[in-house]
Write a protein that binds this ligand. Sequence first.
Ligand code: S3P
Length: 169
Amino acid sequence: MNNVLLIGFMGVGKGTVSREIVKQSGVMALDTDDIIESMENRKIKKIFKHEGEAYFRSLERRVATWLSHSVRDTLISTGGGFYAVPNIKLIGTVVYLYSDFDSLYQRILDHPNAESKLNKRPLFKAPEKAKKLLAQRAPEYEALADIIIDVRARNAQQIAKEIIKKAMK
Ligand code: S3P
């Protein structure tokens, strides 16, 4: 199979869906935020705070170069802004997990660890700003997608099953 990349906004469930795909298919999986935290040996929140967003984006671009050169047959979940790396289409099949803002915000609030989920995402601190950011990104996510999955009103098992069927041959 080609690599499969999960893109989409913060809180849409990329991590949850990735874990469910692994469970159902046994594919190997990576997460771009996890790779960056390992490279830097610190949390995303700290990187944003001490080095700023531009530095974080430069790390995303380094990860993207490495993925396109060196990673095969792998499911890759990404941070919400990773889609903007210039070579994303060279990395693999792009699957966009779509949700409107209110549904994904509610999904986070419903989580038992809602506070920590919001807290570790610097760009989600102000919901009004995050909503504007999604409005700005939505057409870009859509334009890059090979496959679009509407994640509303479906659980992770069903979403994973659909992605395996459509993207992982
Ligand atoms: C970001 C999303 C985060 C993380 C960073 C920036 C973004 O990942 O990469 O805080 O720009 O949307 P998640 O989408 O996993 O929350």
